[in-house]
Design a protein around this ligand. Structure first.
Ligand code: 6OG
Length: 164
């Protein structure tokens, strides 16, 4: 029978160049998702809002600074692995205003990608489903159930985010 799930809150920030033709991704050097390109983010701490956590994690991992009004909620995703009881709830933000230059950190190696060259083959497989929608300006909610191999998407659903 179904087990209670432990929902862990995470953030993910995708910055878009001002002309809109590029996005900033980071190559994850260690920990969860090592070896993949992804947006910048991490765990929401106790007592912290997802927005504050998104800003803090972006700064820790890339040195870039954004103000709360500079990023907007673009999605909320639930990720589950068939062999685990925990569920990741990831709050996704986008923006195209920041200060500073992206700097490599212990965790992430930042790089700008043209929208036509996003390295989907070297990203979490769910990204190919939702990232094009977010880049088209849509806000989405979704659920992805992965097999234990953490590669195969067994089930997914994706809908417009109606309420922020
Ligand atoms: P740290 O371990 O770096 O936080 N994350 C995912 N991102 C995508 N695109 N797909 C997934 O499917 C993900 N699961 C987690 C959230 C982990 C970072 O990885 C993101 C955080 O930004 C399974 O603290």
């Amino acid at each position: 029978c179904p087990q209670p799930h432990y929902v862990r809150e995470y953030t993910l920030v995708l910055l878009r160049s001002q002309c809109g033709s590029q996005i900033l991704l980071g190559y994850k050097k260690r920990g969860f998702g090592q070896g993949k390109w992804n947006g910048f983010g991490g765990k929401v701490e106790v007592g912290e809002t997802p927005l504050a956590a998104a800003i803090r994690e972006l700064h820790e991992e890339s040195s870039l600074e954004v103000r709360p009004a500079d990023i907007r909620l673009a999605g909320r995703m639930l990720f589950q692995f068939a062999d685990e009881t925990r569920v990741f709830r990831v709050h996704i933000y986008t923006g195209s205003r920041w200060t500073g230059q992206p700097v490599e950190s212990d965790e992430m190696r930042p790089r700008w990608f043209n929208l036509a060259d996003i390295p989907f083959d070297n990203m979490w497989p769910d990204d190919a489903y939702w990232l094009p929608k977010v880049l088209a300006g849509q806000s989405v909610i979704g659920y992805f159930l992965y097999a234990a191999d953490k590669v195969t998407v067994l089930h997914h659903c994706l809908r417009d985010l109606v309420e922020p």
